[in-house]
Design a protein around this ligand. Sequence first.
Ligand code: ATP
Length: 461
Amino acid sequence: MTVVGLDDTDSRERGMCTTYAAARIAERLSQVAADDASEDVTDTVRRILLVRLNPAVEYKTRGNAALAIHTDCDLDRAFEVARAELESLAETADDRTNPGLVVADHPAEPAAIPEDVGQFARRAIRDHLEIDDAAALVDRHDYRSWHAGDGRGRIGALAAIGSWRELEEWTSELIAYRERGTWGTTRDVDVESVFAAADRGYPEAWDTVDRGEGETVCVPHTPGPILYGIRGDDPETVRRVATEIESEPVASRRLFVTNQGTDVHLRDGTIADVRDGRAYRLAGHVASDPETRRGGHVFFPLETEPPVSDDDTDGDGAGGVESDGTGTVGTDDAPTLECAAFEPTKRFRDHVRALRAGDRITACGEVSDGTLKLEKFAVRELVRTERVTPTCSDCGRTMESAGRNQGYRCRECNTDAPGKTEIPLERDLEEGWYEVPPCARRHIAKPLVRGGFDAQTHAER
Ligand code: ATP
């Protein structure tokens, strides 16, 4: 099997997109095979992988996508077809477009892709790589390659090849493309038909629409060839949903095998060890009540869980983390990380605002500039009580401090209390996973409705 990896063919200004370049190359490969054959051939293209790489990479245009075409076409032929296509695109592209093409020949099974190429794919999804890393690996395996500009696109191209070995979970996207003359004009898609198709396809098809915002998430806003993209668990579902959408004429449709909706960018980590530009799953407790700042962005500090120790007198395993009614908990020097739910995450912010100091959570998202941008979080344990200044049993007024370590006293009635009292805390949050709504979802992030999470889920749709 010949594997054609490509990346970085698009530009913000020209509104190209690498999925389209891959779809065109695939079409050309099928044509070439049909022209060569004396009788009918079955399609020479087996599948196209659409692989989302590290969303934190600064060079990306939008969704950091890389593509790999799996074809039965011979290597030299496939290389020439792909190079011709990319060369013609690169000629007119802007300087920030650095296309890369890598072509390999391997037996069809994923394990036939070399281990180091697989590992390269995982690093491209979770880490930052250098152009030289890609060039060295291309040489080591004698892959054919071509590039323009600085050739950064070879990183994605190689990662797309390696992903077939490295990734276990795949989902589907059916992309419908617009007719050429219409690119850049307003898309004509019947919104009602999209919502109806989304309902029928749910939950196997996800992120088609955002019911809460009334938005057709599957229809992009940027100029370019895509009319809509339907994402889901399997090819049949996304094909069916696509056929139910009424719209302007569709020039062509392509099915992609993708790592979208899988959370494969997340790595397990600790608050002390996080680094910018990577995405994590982190356990900790909320160190102080969330705060809404200018622009509607919500922030709170997440603190490393103290070890369960002797002060866990209530045996809840939560160490000494309990709300004392001041809105803060915790120790002075435990590693802390700011977490943020930005305004575009819309109603997700209500769940974040409902957190309280002392809640134990698992937070997921990318760390940039020392802040974790929340994609989802799981409430592991909610603070259920709060320690407040006691009230007088006779007059009902709040007592006052009787001095350091001397409890509280009511001035009027002379009643006293040895210390703060615990009262139940009303909570608007339950245990389990919460997520950003479809309109704010990153391509690679896994929607809760897909299942496989370690606690109950509160899915957005
Ligand atoms: P679109 O989604 O519209 O196709 P894009 O967001 O995929 O655009 P590209 O134009 O492909 O963006 O640019 C991303 C560039 O960054 C590519 O050259 C790719 O090879 C490179 N790249 C991807 N992942 C990494 C990584 N982990 N480390 C370093 N470079 C990377």
